[in-house]
Design a binder for this molecule. Structure first.
Ligand code: NDP
Ligand code: HSE
Length: 436
């Protein structure tokens, strides 16, 4: 059988990684796919730039459209990123009858509904394992391995850059900006790193996971996102004193009232495995009604781990490219006409527990005022730590853990607490999940 020909759009961290793995493991890959798979063409902006892969036998161009128009190319790897040019290129590839493998979560989260519709109509596949959690085969696990379950909830550390920053800050006391620069140097960060640190990248990934888990359309605009930029070393230390770790989590949960879709820093009991996932590693905890809790762990970013997922997709596509399109695994796990219109809950209606830190005057009655406000909103306190004031200061930090309450009640309580004359500055609030 003649080899399958691949055209790679983008030869950066992931593109070069994918070329390397396809070349290095070519013999094993051919044994698995049943056909030889070769990269014959690739594009990048700057052809003078040194590449981290061997391009000797690859025809290079600065124009990705040439590759998409080439009738000899069977599969396109979209490894450029972003959601404008990438969308145009992928839609054009689909129109030209080519299968596409992408690592681009922004593209899938924002335009996946449209792209999958067009791909299905054209009888081609869009594969995107690398778009979520780097090298962890979480899409395959959710879409195929757990397909007998009703998924109840999932929670994941799904941004490698963010977890790397939090770990280095906690373990080595390093500065945020310094660790972010290292993550960029290592090729972990997005082209715009605010996507990593403000929770947008994790929001894109959560959109995809939730869609596959619950059989709902992709709807990034409904995801609540909060990043890691406001986390302080003192919060990390207080959390540890209380027996918790702070992790940046994406959480999707099906409740009787609707689906929760939220990304934010979270206190997790330190005994949980996921609380001990450090550095660039990612982990996703999935709770199915039949299987119970399952945990998936691995590198969340970087050239080779991401290439592992890209190449697995290429092999999957090659195995079924000659099969009847009707009988392929649906892009979003559920049949396209069976996607459900389940409401996504606004954040105000989400129920969770909270860690609160506030700066209070060191005088009698202050704590009573705070607890009264919380009681007025039916918020129960689980634990309180009141620190000694630093010498020469008249205020002291008060740290509290509350039981579960509706976010709306907590918002109202926090705004009343901040209005007390005895409280200085803003109340820090971090959500708490036991993940039991
Ligand atoms: P890079 O920035 O390292 O590489 C992007 C590549 O695309 C470069 O080769 C660049 O060319 C080319 N490119 C950029 N803009 C254009 C353009 N306008 N026209 C043509 N070519 C262009 O990105 P990554 O490899 O890190 O990421 C690629 C995709 O993979 C993104 O969607 C990202 O979110 C995703 N991803 C990344 C992971 C990672 O660990 N880095 C992990 C999982 C997913 P040139 O080199 O000449 O500048
Ligand atoms: N910037 C992303 C991260 C790349 O750090 O997780 C992997 O999707």
């Amino acid at each position: 059988m003649k080899p399958v020909r691949i055209g790679v759009l983008g030869l950066g961290t992931v593109g070069a990684g994918a070329v390397n793995v396809l070349q290095r493991n070519a013999a094993e890959i051919a044994r698995r796919a049943g056909r030889e798979i070769i990269v014959t063409r690739a594009s990048a902006r700057d052809l003078q730039r040194q590449r981290n892969c061997d391009t000797q036998d690859i025809e290079l161009t600065t124009d990705p459209c040439q590759i998409i128009a080439d009738p000899k190319i069977d599969i396109i790897l979209e490894l450029i990123g972003g959601d404008t040019l990438a969308r145009d290129l992928v839609l054009q590839a689909v129109a030209n009858g080519k299968h596409v493998v992408t690592a681009n979560k922004a593209l899938i989260a924002l335009h996946g509904n449209e792209i999958f519709d067009k791909a299905s109509a054209a009888g081609v596949m869009i594969a995107f394992e690398a778009a979520v959690a780097g090298g962890i085969p979480i899409i395959k696990a959710l879409r195929e391995g757990l397909s007998g379950n009703q998924i109840e909830w999932l929670a994941g550390i799904i941004n490698g850059t963010g977890n790397f920053i939090l770990t280095e800050m906690r373990d080595k006391g390093r500065d945020f900006a310094d660790v972010l620069a290292e993550a960029q140097e290592l090729g972990y960060a997005e082209a715009d790193p605010t996507f990593d640190v403000q929770g947008i990248d994790a929001g894109h990934k959560l959109t995809i996971l939730a869609s596959i888990a619950f059989g709902i359309p992709l709807q990034f605009d409904k995801v609540y996102t909060e990043g890691i930029t406001e986390i302080t070393r003192s919060d990390v230390a207080y959390a540890e004193q209380l027996g918790y770790r702070i992790k940046h989590l994406g959480i999707a949960r099906k409740t009787g009232r609707g689906i929760e879709l939220r990304v934010h820093p979270t206190l997790i009991p330190e005994r949980r495995l996921i609380a001990n996932v450090d550095g660039v590693m990612n982990a996703v905890l999935v709770k199915g009604d039949a299987v119970g809790p399952t945990l998936y762990y691995g590198a969340g970013a970087g050239a080779d781990p991401t290439a592992s997922a890209v190449v697995a997709d290429v092999i999957d596509v090659v195995r079924v490219m000659t099969s009847d399109p009707e009988n392929r695994v649906p892009h979003l796990a559920f049949q396209p006409d069976a996607l459900a219109d389940i409401p996504v809950l606004p954040m105000e209606q989400v129920e969770t527990a909270y860690y609160l830190r506030l700066q209070a005057e060191d005088k009698p009655g202050v704590l009573a005022d705070i607890t009264r406000i919380l009681a007025d909103h039916r918020i129960s306190i689980e634990a309180i730590i009141q620190k000694e004031p630093v010498a020469g200061e008249t205020t002291l930090p008060v740290i509290m853990l509350t039981q579960k309450t509706m976010e709306r009640e907590m918002n109202a309580a926090i705004s009343k607490i901040e209005n007390l004359a005895t409280i200085t500055g803003k109340v820090t609030r971090i959500r708490v999940e036991t993940l039991g």
